[in-house]
Design a protein around this ligand. Structure first.
Ligand SMILES: [Zn+2]
Length: 230
């Protein structure tokens, strides 16, 4: 279900909660957390008037509620049932981490958009940015088949390479997925590594650099724009 982003929000909140619950990306299908998130979102709705903000708020709240696993790459210890996917280095090499990350996100956004087009699935793709002998490359993008999760630590680092950053996509069909989630930011801070994200909706590629990039909170967009994949 696609929210009409340009349509002004109209009360009552219960209607909005109705369509939020129809959006699988937002995680409202989990019965255990629906009430809690619904109440929070309902309270927040009173003070604001635009639909995109409501969706973004609900999305970020759902990420926070499930931070151990949801869009919280690598930081989670609770990954026992997840597969480990073998990382395969791309053939191209690049002179900078940023150039390799842009190439990685171009590939990953392409894969994400292909899934949406071919199967209607909104899968996050990602992997590692790699270094070797002063050059940079990346692991070919992979997916765990989940619309709100990516786990770089479950992608192996190819032999002979060092992992210097992680990258992933946000496959959301609207602007609420723009920028990094709180889980993404925590991962970068904990691992002291850049993290890159590419949005399939806008094509924007953003970086978060620990200690440098500002975190703009749940209603802002976090991440410095470094490119766009048309
Ligand atoms: Zn993310």
């Amino acid at each position: 279900m696609e929210p009409a982003l340009s349509t002004p929000f109209r009360p009552p909140p219960v209607c909005v909660m109705g369509w939020l619950s129809g959006n699988p990306r937002l995680g409202f299908r989990a019965a255990g957390s629906t009430v809690h998130q619904g109440l929070n979102a309902g309270k927040y709705l009173i003070g604001i008037g635009d639909t995109a903000s409501v969706v973004r708020y609900a999305w970020l709240e759902s990420l926070k509620a499930q931070q151990q696993s949801l869009d919280s790459p690598g930081a989670s210890p609770a990954t026992g049932s997840l597969p480990t996917i073998q990382g395969v280095a791309a053939s191209g090499t690049y002179g900078s981490k940023k150039a390799a990350a842009l190439a990685a996100e171009t590939a990953a956004i392409g894969d994400t958009r292909s899934d949406i087009k071919n199967s209607g699935k909104h899968n996050e793709y990602g992997g590692w940015v790699l270094s070797k002998d002063g050059k940079y490359t990346y692991t070919l993008p992979v997916t765990f088949g989940q619309d709100g999760h990516f786990y770089p630590s479950n992608v192996t680092v190819p032999s002979g390479y060092g992992a210097v950053a992680s990258f992933h996509t946000h496959p959301d069909s609207g602007s609420w997925g723009e920028g990094f989630s709180e889980g993404d930011v925590n991962w970068a801070n904990q691992n002291r590594m850049n993290i890159y994200v590419g949005m399939s909706y806008s094509g924007n590629v953003r970086v978060y650099v620990p200690g440098v990039t500002k975190y703009n909170g749940f209603n802002g967009v976090t991440g410095d724009l470094i490119g766009n994949v048309p």
